[in-house]
Write a protein that binds this ligand. Structure first.
Ligand code: SF4
Ligand code: SF4
Length: 295
């Protein structure tokens, strides 16, 4: 049954324009203040209480949204709502910073790690790395690691992959930092025309870390300025927006998971190269990655 539901979800992503996925900010709270995060820099609407949030999620499910990506803030600061989401949706995926631990609920996990201990802590705060990795080692289900590449961690990728290779994870995927249109001082963003050497390095490292490194040549090409980047880097063309609605914690719509001011012309979101490689190019490895990531 699970295999059938997964295949049905992939089919609707590929062949229909139905919004089958909801990306929900389940809380406004976060215990960290990461340097690359837009979250703590913005005002946001008051979050729904528990009963209202459950009713909201059920209403999305009733509209045919079978998959949910649970964000925050830090979702595990509302563990009961994460559990509720895991029961309401067929394909729940929870993004977490890992500091609150992983519980035995029926969901897949994405753990944000940004580098080795010194690098991760310089981005996310002292102690964040050991706390997240300690919880990861005890997790009932292996998560996928997600890493945002910025100027702070771009030079430590091999050392980081070496560490990840020894951890109980399904794999690791990379985004590039996506700046906002206003108020970004440029200290983190890697310009689109500087991505190529990093992508080439990751593809080279894939030979050594093939078991965990989730990047294929077709996926990398979606990020490249002279590749297929121009085919999707706007809100109108964004393929994720075609199948997914993003919601604030009060249930209102927002244009992107990165917030209302995200700069599509400099987008570095990993989900789009993965989606395009798998669904548009039928890249078998990308399809396999999506299949493993979806509950
Ligand atoms: S843990 Fe996530 S939501 Fe919290 S500050 Fe860091 S990136 Fe932002
Ligand atoms: S910034 Fe958001 S809306 Fe724009 S292309 Fe990237 S993921 Fe899509």
């Amino acid at each position: 049954m699970t295999k059938f539901k997964k295949s049905r979800l992939l089919y609707t992503w590929a062949f229909t324009r139905r919004k089958t996925t909801a990306a929900i900010d389940i809380t406004n709270s976060c215990n960290l203040k990461c340097s690359h995060c837009y979250w703590w820099k913005e005002e946001r609407p008051e979050e729904l209480g528990d009963d209202a949030m459950v009713a909201f999620m059920k209403s999305l499910r009733a509209k045919g949204m079978t998959a949910a990506i649970i964000y925050g803030g830090e979702p595990m600061l509302r563990p009961k709502m994460c559990e509720a989401a895991s029961k309401i949706f067929d394909h729940p995926l929870i993004f977490t910073n890992g500091t609150q631990g992983f519980t035995q609920i029926n969901a897949e996990w994405i753990l944000s790690l940004d580098g080795t201990k010194a690098v991760h802590d310089s981005i996310r705060g002292y102690g964040a790395h050991d706390c997240a990795v300690g919880n990861l080692r005890k997790a009932p289900r292996k998560p996928v690691v997600h890493t945002t590449i910025t100027r702070q961690n771009r030079h430590n990728l091999e050392e980081f992959l070496d560490e990840l290779a020894g951890l109980p994870i399904k794999g690791v995927g990379f985004s590039f930092y996506t700046p906002h249109r206003t108020g970004d001082d440029g200290s983190l963003f890697i310009p689109v025309d500087e991505r190529d050497p990093i992508l080439d390095e990751l593809l080279r490292l894939r030979k050594k870390y093939w078991r965990i490194l989730g990047l294929t040549t077709t996926m990398a090409n979606q990020f490249r300025k002279d590749g297929e980047f121009s085919e999707w880097n706007s809100n109108e063309k964004c393929p994720v927006n075609k199948v997914c609605n993003c919601y604030n914690a009060d249930g209102t719509l927002k244009p992107c998971t990165y917030g209302s001011d995200a700069d599509c012309s400099r987008c570095g979101c990993a989900s789009i190269p993965l989606y395009r490689a798998a669904i548009r190019h039928l890249d078998p490895l990308a399809l396999f990655m999506i299949y493993r990531m979806v509950k």
